[in-house]
Design a protein around this ligand. Structure first.
Ligand code: BGC
Ligand code: IFM
Length: 819
């Protein structure tokens, strides 16, 4: 069942039924000010950090689930409704929500009054605009009252939901004309405030939640709206809100437009406003003047649209399959940007208070955006490297506001270091900017180093932390956060403890080994490019050793093992009762070229098909753990079929897609792609439940009660990896250090496709033809009419200055014949 449709021309998902299977959200904001907005106007806003600078309040785990947002109420003759359907839920004669790139439009009509609310955050400002157009579609004059509503958060979202003894006495507001200022101090510092305003006279306002809603009412029946009379309340403590009341008279056919602005103002940090003193209203008023007319709002919206058009135009596909095109051209790239911006902080599944920027997460996220925002990817790499320890280990997360490593979580995830090599490689391949390796960036202890020194430390961290089988020690966990194998009991019957001491924890990871043989060669190539051949030779021999270790100790009969636990027992083996085969090492070991000649790779991927494939995607392991195994850590604490315990963990699916392309099996690769790509799941939205325009982290596996039901949409490494799988490996348009490789691995039945790719300052118009109906293999390539050697369009690294990446002046026509 569908709840809307894709409008590809407008690049919108248009929802036409407000009762979606779960709130279907959008993200407004692209730099510092962000807002999560659901299809019925639920959600919240924050500045930079979803925990520390939360502008409006939101209650997770609420009943109903999505209560609290940017609401408008229409009142007429004792009757009232929400033009966004929620929260009042009075039946609308027409409802539509268009989620576009960085903006949403919610339209509602009842009793011939139609309202269209455009919500967006201007590209370079710290505010959100709600432009409300209201029209009388009937034949009589209408007199209505319009009430706005936002609920302010007292800044630190965690404190806001826990520290009531203090917070209920801190709220302060001020009303001047049509502007409501939220002035509550943030602890001792009044260095920021927010405001909510409208570009018209108001007939009243409210700033105190209890006065507006009533102590025993809900958002669906605020007493002020029920009575149609604003209370003109001034909040003092308790819960400050912002609500305007506008009296509107509409002639038949008349339409009026009102612009509401919710803004955030930060003062210069060394020019703090005095406690209980004034706030800098002038700054707010000048922001308000930037958007106080329809023309100004139209311009700002246009600017936003151009911003996204420009970002997304770096890769354009015509495949003949609408669903694939809309994934590649719009929604997958869009999700990659949102995920890169927000890491794992704020979604409808991540509360915005618990996580910083993940080291492994960010390095993977940037794989999906480096072609759009290379400068920001570069900056992120440097920020990440700066939190790395000298021995190559890394803080698992850093805090976005301070960029300091998160001490609470610390380090010890032994996969983390390798992702920095992968992220850096992706950056260099896309931009050609090898100079990043010389960038000075100190280690966490302040010791001076270049980025290359960091990568060397990362590489060595694996080499110097191997276990009894010559495989990498896993530490607290590798990519699979829930596989905590250094859990042991010193005394039978005693509870299990975890050790992170490397001399203690002997558990080994075949996934890290697979990553090492996949990512290690990237490091070797970088060494060679900058003339460090001796390091390259040593590194290469370490890679060979690791390959041997995997082939000797990292294999089961038909697939790659997952790990050895603390006691040296195999994990992910046919000898185990449960958890016999895991997805991750099959993907990475094959990507790293293991077992290709011997046919073992094929066997491993055939086993994946046989054991892990389902109608809705590949499960993480099989069979799931049905009992709790303390020696495996968190993984078996999940019910069978959920999350890492045999859920369809979408992040790991593209690793198999890529591995399939290594074997040249384009049919399999694309079949796996389609199974989890949201645009292909639109018709089963009632089963899948999440937004059909973005990936979810997990879909319940075959052993789960609700097989096929997804959770954790939006902020997941799934976005970047699927983008890499489809663009670099299935379509095969792949940046390499030496240039652009054209190496498609597609379903045999495809007759070809067309791609336009912006690459190192030029545009490549690539026509791929597949007359012989093969999956893989390129017969010849012509660039501007000349046949080139092989399938690499060579562009030497040293010619590529970083500043060039967005200069699209030169075009090349590339004709590719597969066969
Ligand atoms: C995983 C969760 C797990 C959590 C804490 C996350 O990355 O997705 O399943 O519960 O880490 O270990
Ligand atoms: O690898 C992790 C990631 O860092 C956070 N989400 C879950 C993944 C698998 O456990």
């Amino acid at each position: 069942m569908k709840y809307g449709y894709f409008d590809d021309r407008a690049r919108e998902y248009v929802i036409n039924n407000p009762e979606t299977p779960y709130p279907w959200i959008n993200y407004l904001g692209s730099k510092n000010y962000f807002c999560l907005l659901s299809n019925t106007a639920g959600g919240y806003s924050f500045y930079k950090d979803a925990r520390l600078l939360r502008i409006t309040r939101y209650r997770y785990n609420n009943v109903p689930i999505d209560a609290g947002g940017k609401y408008y109420y229409i009142y007429e003759d004792g009757e009232y409704w929400s033009p966004t359907w929620a929260p009042v839920k009075a039946k609308l004669d027409y409802y539509q929500c268009q989620h576009g790139l960085g903006y949403s439009v919610i339209t509602g009509e009842r009793k011939n009054i139609s309202t269209e609310i455009l919500y967006f955050v201007p590209v370079d400002d710290n505010c959100e605009i709600h432009r409300l157009k209201i029209k009388n579609n009937g034949s009589s004059v209408r007199k209505i009252k319009l009430f706005s509503f936002v609920e302010f958060c007292l800044w630190d979202a965690y404190d806001d939901m826990t520290n009531f003894q203090r917070n209920l006495s801190t709220g302060e507001v001020e009303v001047e004309g049509s502007t409501i200022f939220h002035k509550t101090e943030y602890r001792e510092r009044r260095n920021h405030f927010s405001f909510f305003t409208v570009n018209s006279n108001i007939s009243g306002f409210d700033t105190d939640r209890e006065s507006f809603i009533g102590l025993y009412n809900g958002f669906h029946e605020p007493q002020v709206v029920v009575s149609g009379r604003p209370g003109n309340s001034i909040a003092s403590g308790w819960s400050p809100i912002g609500s305007h009341c506008l009296e509107i008279v509409l002639q038949p056919g008349e339409e009026q437009s009102y612009i509401f602005i919710l803004g955030f103002m930060e003062n210069n940090p060394d020019n703090k406003w005095s406690s209980c003193g004034g706030i800098n209203k002038d700054k707010a008023y000048s922001m308000i003047r930037r958007y106080n007319s329809d023309i100004k709002v139209d311009n700002a919206l246009q600017q936003l649209k151009s911003y996204w058009d420009d970002l997304l135009s770096g890769f354009y596909l015509e495949s003949g399959d609408d669903r694939l095109d809309r994934m590649v051209n719009t929604w997958n790239q869009y999700q990659c940007m949102v995920t890169f911006n927000l890491a794992r902080s704020a979604s409808y599944f991540e509360s915005g208070i618990s996580r910083g920027i993940g080291f492994r997460d960010s390095n993977q996220d940037l794989l999906g955006v480096v072609h759009m925002v290379p400068e920001r990817a570069r900056e992120r790499l440097i920020d990440l490297a700066r939190t790395q320890f000298e021995d190559g280990s890394t803080y698992h997360q850093y805090q976005p506001l301070t960029k300091e490593g998160n001490n609470e979580i610390g380090s010890g995830f032994n996969d983390d270091p390798l992702w920095l090599i992968l992220g850096t490689a992706a950056y260099i391949k896309e931009t050609g900017d090898i100079s990043i390796l010389n960038e000075e960036v100190s280690f966490n202890n302040g010791k001076e180093a270049t980025l290359f020194d960091h990568l060397l430390a990362s590489f060595n961290h694996v080499v110097l932390n191997k276990g009894p089988h010559g495989l990498p020690l896993i530490g607290r966990a590798d990519w699979n956060d829930c596989l905590n194998l250094n859990c042991f009991s010193t005394d039978p019957g005693e509870s299990f403890q975890t050790t992170t001491n490397k001399d203690d924890g002997q558990a080994e990871s075949v996934l890290i080994a697979g990553m090492f043989v996949t990512i290690g060669p990237e490091f070797v190539k970088m060494c060679r490019f900058i003339g460090k051949d001796e390091i390259a030779d040593r590194a290469q021999s370490e890679i060979e050793d690791m390959k041997k270790a995997v082939m000797e100790h990292g294999r089961d009969k038909n697939w790659f093992l997952r790990a050895y636990d603390y006691y040296g027992n195999k994990v992910g083996s046919i000898d185990n009762n449960e958890g016999q085969i895991y997805i991750e090492p099959q993907g990475f070991c094959v990507m790293g070229g293991l077992g290709i000649e011997s046919g073992f790779a094929r066997k491993a991927l055939d086993s994946v098909k046989e054991r892990l494939d389902t109608e809705y995607g590949l499960v993480l392991l099989d069979p799931p753990y049905k009992q709790y195994y303390p020696e495996l850590g968190e993984i078996s604490s999940y019910p069978p079929g959920y999350k890492e315990n045999g859920g369809i963990f979408c992040h790991a699916n593209p690793w198999i897609m890529i591995a399939e392309t290594v074997l040249g099996r384009g049919n399999n690769a694309f079949e796996y792609y389609k199974k989890i790509a949201p645009a292909y799941l639109e018709e089963i939205s009632d089963i899948h439940r999440m937004e059909p325009y973005v990936y979810a982290q997990m879909i319940a596996g075959k052993d789960a009660v609700n097989h096929g039901e997804a959770k954790n949409s939006w902020l997941t490494g799934t976005a970047a990896w699927n983008y890499v799988a489809i663009t670099h490996y299935i379509l095969g348009i792949r940046p390499e250090y030496e240039g652009l490789k054209i190496d498609p691995c597609i379903p045999e039945e495809w007759s070809g496709f067309y791609v336009e790719k912006r690459f190192r300052g030029k545009v490549y118009k690539i026509h791929v033809n597949n007359p012989a109906k093969v999956s893989k293999g390129v017969k010849h390539i012509k660039v501007d009419g000349e046949i080139i050697e092989g399938n690499l369009i060579r562009i030497p690294l040293e010619n590529q200055a970083r500043e060039n990446v967005n200069d699209n002046t030169t075009q090349h026509i590339v004709e590719v014949i597969m066969g």
